[in-house]
Write a protein that binds this ligand. Structure first.
Ligand code: PMP
Length: 437
């Protein structure tokens, strides 16, 4: 179908970019590492779509799986009945996870997965007779989607401010960016476990018996690739353990190989009580999200619940057949092509490549881990974000897709990336940065 001449009535935040008229950036198709725009230009995907197309675009195996499933069983209600696909997928996913993260609740996006995780955490305490545990703790600069749960625990004030009352009793741990922004540190920044001690202060302030859960992105993605200092996540884990507080990892970005391991929980060796994923679970071919939970939480949450009516939680499309088919094919590709190991083995090449941008104009920090990187530019006074945005526009004109977070340029390419693509990304970025006002 054709694009209408006037788009004035159709601005859709997060659906079609607002600068469309002045700077057309619409994608027509995609394959492997590249997008093709509506004006037929090739654009190298430096961001795996939006941190999600980990196996590269339009993979035959995934397409075939979706087509076969669509022709066989398009949909079956999972309310009071069901179909086999979610069970098979849950079993496969649980086997990929450490510890007793053995149970899966499906959703359709990261935001829904986060809302589900928060609800499960609150219900867990209530079922165990600890209904006073209602406080939730997030982290400044944490991003957990745009549901009411996600914006409440999320640490981005502008995302909250227009939407009235949110979840009550939410606190935000300070971000650790001063340490994370550590002047071109490679890999994980220095020791910084003490930065988690703010949680101890909140426990004393509120009394542990009122706190339900702490939710963090192991590596904050959307606010600019903030790598936690060493010891930080371990310290959060031990404080939560001591006080009966649940620890939730939001692995919507870090899951499925981004850090060169299956999940951030594997990378950091810290096992959360609940874990949210989305994006890479289906290689973004069909929307899907999920929450993984540990045995004890599942048992308590499901206690006495004979069926979904008592639990009153679940979405029409939870475990949708097409999403399950896409996820199975995606996991096949991850396995067959060893993409998580591939990300790991490319990570030092990636690190050297992105750090070769040190010293270019305006570059004040570079952070990386696995196949993700954040390149922080000095902001123009009173115009935060404009310099990185300028960089994005010029990169796009030169055939490279990057993402910005304020004045941080975020890179998270598909894990199928070749060294030559890494060289291209860095070369194009270098050229743009050299010229940037
Ligand atoms: N959590 C994290 C860590 C995310 O990065 C995102 C999306 N960028 C979400 C949740 C929300 O996911 P979705 O956009 O699929 O709702």
């Amino acid at each position: 179908s054709s694009i209408p001449d006037s788009l004035d009535a159709f601005w859709m935040p997060f659906t079609a970019n607002r600068q469309f008229k002045s700077q057309p950036r619409l994608m027509a198709s995609a394959k492997g590492m590249y997008y093709t725009t509506v004006d037929d230009r090739q654009v190298l995907d430096g961001t795996a779509g939006l941190w999600c197309v980990n196996a590269g675009h339009c993979r035959e195996k995934i397409i075939a799986a979706i087509q076969t499933q669509a022709a066989t069983l398009d949909f079956a209600p999972t309310f009071q009945m069901g179909h086999p696909a979610p069970f098979a997928l849950a079993d496969r996913l649980a086997k990929m996870l450490p510890g007793d993260l053995n149970h899966v609740f499906f959703a359709n996006s990261g935001s829904e997965a986060v809302d589900s995780a928060l609800k499960i955490a609150l219900a867990y305490h209530r079922v165990r007779g600890e209904g006073s545990r209602t406080r939730l703790i997030g982290r400044e600069r944490g991003y957990h989607g745009v549901g009411f749960g996600g914006i409440s625990v999320g640490g981005i004030a502008p995302n909250r401010k227009s939407f009235g009352s949110l979840l009550p009793g939410v606190d935000h741990l300070p971000h650790t960016h001063n340490l994370e922004r550590n002047a071109f540190t490679r890999g994980q920044p220095q020791w910084g476990a003490h930065l988690a001690d703010e949680l101890e202060r909140l426990v004393t302030l509120h009394d542990a018996s009122t706190i339900a859960a702490v939710i963090v992105e192991p590596v904050a993605g959307s606010t600019g690739v903030l790598v936690p200092p060493q010891g930080y996540l371990e310290r959060l884990r031990s404080i939560c353990d001591r006080h009966g507080i649940l620890l939730i990892f939001d692995e919507v970005i870090t899951g499925f190989g981004r850090l060169g391991k299956g999940f951030a929980t594997d990378y950091f060796g810290v096992i959360p009580d609940l874990m949210t994923v989305a994006k890479g679970i289906t290689n973004a071919a069909v929307p899907m999200g999920a929450v993984f939970v540990r045995d004890g939480i599942y048992d308590a949450f499901m206690h006495g619940a004979e069926n979904a009516i008592e639990l009153s939680h679940g979405y029409t499309y939870s475990g949708h057949p097409l999403a399950c088919a896409a996820a199975q094919a995606t996991l096949d590709i991850y396995e067959e092509e060893g993409l998580f190991d591939r990300a790991n083995s490319l990570s030092s090449y990636w690190e050297d490549a992105v750090h070769s941008l040190e010293g270019l104009p305006h570059v004040i920090d570079i952070r990386n881990l696995g196949l993700v990187a954040g390149i922080e530019l000095e902001s123009i006074p009173n115009q935060v974000g404009s310099r990185a945005y300028d960089c994005l526009v010029r990169c796009f004109e030169n055939g490279l897709l990057v993402r910005t977070a304020g004045d941080i340029i975020a890179l998270s390419p598909p894990l199928i990336i070749e060294k030559q693509h890494i060289d291209q990304i860095v070369e194009m970025l270098g050229l743009v940065l050299k010229d940037l006002a």
